[in-house]
Design a protein around this ligand. Sequence first.
Ligand code: PEP
Ligand code: MN
Length: 272
Amino acid sequence: MESTQRFAVTSKSERSLVSLDRITFGGPRFVVIAGPCSVESHSVFAETSAFVVEHGASVLRGGVFKMRTDPSSFQGLGAEAAQIAKQVKSKLGVPFVTEVTDPRQIADLAPFVDAFQVGSRNMHNYYLLKELGQHDKPVILKRGFAGLIKEWLLSAEYISQAGNKNIILCERGIRTFETETRNTLDLNAVPAVKSLSSLPIIVDPSHGTGRRDFVVPMALAAAAAGADGIMVEVHPDPSKALSDGFQALTFDDFRELMEKLKLLLPVLGRTL
Ligand code: PEP
Ligand code: MN
């Protein structure tokens, strides 16, 4: 890879720290973001959130608006999901991240969302990126499934140049010739981003593999590769999930993941 191109987000040598409330990405902490793919009912979101927080997650996730490839599939509950997320988040007192799919959603989401997620399908949506750059709320910028690492960093540059330096990159798998997994989780991106940029990088092994049984090993591999955290999908009964149930961890799987992370992270000099 050529590394001559200069990115403003890489121009300083010290690591950028990005904080959501009291949770900081890019420092010694390995941050676990967990929750269902979408906020599909009060009971599922409340039960999942309480479980993952009790077992060591420090940030909640859940889609309010879903970017689905098939227009006939579940698109998220929208305003109803926003109400549910607001209630659960304030009860548990834990930061919440969700995807913003359209600049017109920003104002409604901003009061209770601690970081705006830009989904893989929107990495190239420069108007959305520039709009998010006008705010100071952290942005979790997912890698486009056909995005080069350099293009991804240039997308971060759009946010940064518009004024918002609070950017966390998220590797979520790319499309390759391989069909055994939903995507190919490109863990090369972790050291590549660390060498090209000062920004924190997290890994999403749920979308990166699309297979529940691969999520725990690849989450551990992400930690070993030097990621600043992970984002994982969890559901109390994945067979009933309205989206991405096939890749959601069960509660038992999530407990196992956290037990293994607690053993691994000290070796890597990191803490939960
Ligand atoms: C998600 O995190 O729910 C999601 C839709 O991910 P991606 O944009 O990576 O497909
Ligand atoms: Mn999903």
